[in-house]
Design a protein around this ligand. Sequence first.
Ligand SMILES: [Zn+2]
Length: 143
Amino acid sequence: MRPAGPHDARDSSRSTWTRRNGQVVLLGTQCPQCGNLAFPGRDFCDRCLTEMSNNSVEIRPTGVVYSCSSVHVAPAGFKVPYQIGYVDLSSGVRVLAQLQGGASKARLAPGDAVTADAGQIRTEPDGTKVESYVFRVMKDESQ
Ligand SMILES: [Zn+2]
């Protein structure tokens, strides 16, 4: 399996995530002037236009599903149906990603608490599995 490369990111050539000690770490940028966080990282702050390209930060990958949808028609390589959704991270950043449920809940819904994890998002024509960050239900703390 290979990680989704820079060409998979919408507006940036920088890495959007990495893995440390088995945990997914989301990589964004933070404005040194106003503190605004961006994910994926941006060269300039969308609030005050200050350059933020050299101010990389790790963004805590936990949040709540804001909205979601099931995809039934997709480009080649994606196994349908799958869920995508916006997740509001605890830092205030809203992220679009695949939602892949978890052991206790196959389909996610708005309001579900989730955390980022690595997961296969598609398969290339040669069979190579491509992975990226996805969001899954957070483990039940009571168990
Ligand atoms: Zn700013």
